[in-house]
Design a protein around this ligand. Structure first.
Ligand SMILES: NC(=O)c1ccc[n+]([C@@H]2O[C@H](COP(=O)([O-])OP(=O)(O)OC[C@H]3O[C@@H](n4cnc5c(N)ncnc54)[C@H](O)[C@@H]3O)[C@@H](O)[C@H]2O)c1
Length: 246
């Protein structure tokens, strides 16, 4: 079995790539090529098989080239975890056009391109499983994060439409909506003090009383990509500490 994980140099993607590496060949894809190769080396050191590839998911050419390299290394792609992401937090009146475009390009276009690049072959083989990373915040709405949440909401409707189109052809497509997970994305754009206060606020308010860790998400993705989830498609699962009860 062969899986492609994007955004796999760090955080949730890294944790999931390491977990999947115990049972699948993993193409570890990230804009941070060095980081991707480091994670691939970690998987290999643990006895797995992995390829680290640099990719910018906002570029069609780069995404299709990455999938081609993946196929050359490990054969047909059985599964995709489209997970690469960035965040830019700003009140609406301060969201720049560049930041808006970055949110849409990375999340909406990025997920679309990664899915498009693997779906043709999955249809030919009549099998495949895809998980896309959205966010709880897309459903809840968040002050000061409109561009990110709008982009993540689009991933939900994209996932459902892909599931409608491709489930009858043997491909399951699902999304995850993580709650607060302790990864570098939560620190980006925040001072050390703001970051610490954010972690404290989440810890105090989450029903489960702790921040999520990458493994809390990885276990859900592993399940959704496995045969144990063979009757699940077009769904959103929320590893979120109870933040959103949906
Ligand atoms: N951490 C959270 O609380 C949280 C909550 C909900 C959803 N998410 C989502 O989970 C996903 C993973 O985030 P994370 O928390 O692990 O953050 P992270 O910053 O640790 O990892 C994100 C990874 O995506 C990569 N990336 C960004 N833009 C890219 C691009 N254009 N092409 C290829 N790679 C790119 C980065 O280099 C990085 O390695 C993201 O989509 C994020 O929006 C995170």
């Amino acid at each position: 079995m062969h899986v492609i994980v994007t955004g796999a140099a760090s955080g949730i993607g890294r944790g999931t790539a390491l977990r999947l590496g115990r049972r699948m060949k993993v193409t570890v894809a990230d804009r941070d090529g060095e980081g991707a190769r480091r994670v691939a080396a970690e998987i290999e050191a643990a006895g797995g098989q992995a390829l680290g590839v640099e990719v910018d998911v906002t570029s069609r050419e780069a995404v299709f080239a990455m999938v081609e390299s993946a196929r050359r290394a490990f054969g047909p792609v059985d599964a995709l975890f489209a997970n690469a992401g960035v965040n830019r937090r700003n009140p609406v009146d301060q969201i720049t056009e560049a930041d808006w475009d970055l949110m849409m390009a990375t999340h909406v276009k990025g997920v679309f391109l990664c899915c498009q690049a693997v779906l043709g072959e999955m249809v030919e083989r009549g099998q495949g499983a895809i998980v896309n990373t959205a966010s709880d915040f897309a459903i809840m709405g968040v002050a000061g994060n409109a561009a990110y949440t709008a982009a993540k909401a689009a991933i939900y409707s994209l996932t459902k439409s892909l599931a409608c189109e491709f489930t009858p052809r043997g491909i399951r497509v699902n999304a995850i909506g993580p709650g607060p997970i302790d990864t570098p994305i939560l620190a980006s754009g925040r001072s050390v003090e703001q970051h610490a206060a954010t972690l404290q606020k989440f810890t105090n308010t989450l029903p489960l009383g702790r921040m999520g860790q990458p493994e809390d998400v990885a276990i859900v993705v592993d399940f959704l990509l496995s045969d144990r989830a063979s009757y699940i498609s077009g769904q959103i699962l929320h590893p979120n500490g109870g933040q959103l009860m949906w």
